[in-house]
Design a protein around this ligand. Sequence first.
Ligand code: FAD
Length: 287
Amino acid sequence: MRTDSLFKEKTVFSYEIFPPKRTAPIETIYHTLERLKGQQPDFISVTLGAGGTGDNLSTADIAQKIQEEQFLPSVAHLPAVNFSKEEICTILQELKQKKVENILALRGDILTDKEPKKDFLYANDLVAFIHEQGEFNIIGACYPETHGDAVNSVVDIKNLKRKVDAGTNQLITQLFFDNNYFYTFKEKCDIVDIRVPIQAGIMPVVNKKQIERIVKMSNVNLPSKFLKMMERYEHNPEAIRDAGIAYAINQIVDLVAQGVSGIHLYTMNNPYVAQKIREATRSLFEA
Ligand code: FAD
């Protein structure tokens, strides 16, 4: 099932999971999925490492399993910068065979130790290529606080418009901890006539190490109330987890009340946390 049609009916709630590292057995993710079962998200997306052919070759398998065993639509992430056109064709073929029809089409991060391949320099190149084939629903990434490589937010939003015009049907944002960034970003999208549904990416932060990694990897500001919370509870794992869950719930309540098209929860493969958030907010999505 195509995920873009869901937005016509409701405020969408989805999960993101990642495949286990090569050193961990594939069964660990199936155990996670089993525990997510019953929480009834509208779809589940599965990441793929930017290293491509390195760690996470099981993205397509996991996406297939979600559809066949959980009867939920799945989305396969596809960062293209380290793939050639031929390799992308092979992946698309595999996804088609596995009946995975939703793709999050990404450029991927430029790795310091790997020369990018030249076929897909930006996500809009990949979107156009997939769109030509006419068989997939294409989703794109976007950045309320501006992508880290962009010269400024105006250039970034124009590039986003290019990606949407190339055939993107829905967008999912980078995580953020201050909803005002999302609202300002949404206004800019309206100005440049980006009309596709935009899901807000929410990540519940449940330990200090996680937040340090996020700040290093992404162009995301931490509001002072969030920093105070982390400082206060950093030595108490249970309290910091509960505070992180409560913070995410607050963000979601505000976003849904303001009419967001959907929420995409970065679960970090943590079914306990996902369940707590789902339970606390489920009725908002049904109202
Ligand atoms: P693009 O849309 O290509 O943008 C990248 C930069 O290039 C931006 O600064 C943009 O302004 C600029 N740009 C875009 N088009 C042009 C153009 N035509 N000319 C000049 N400049 C241009 N990474 C993974 O490796 N695996 C994943 O599974 C994954 N999942 C993600 C899921 C979500 C929801 C998000 C938000 C990100 C995800 N990422 C993932 C990270 C993503 O790959 C990186 O943020 C990457 O650096 C940018 O990818 P993009 O598709 O947004 O790139």
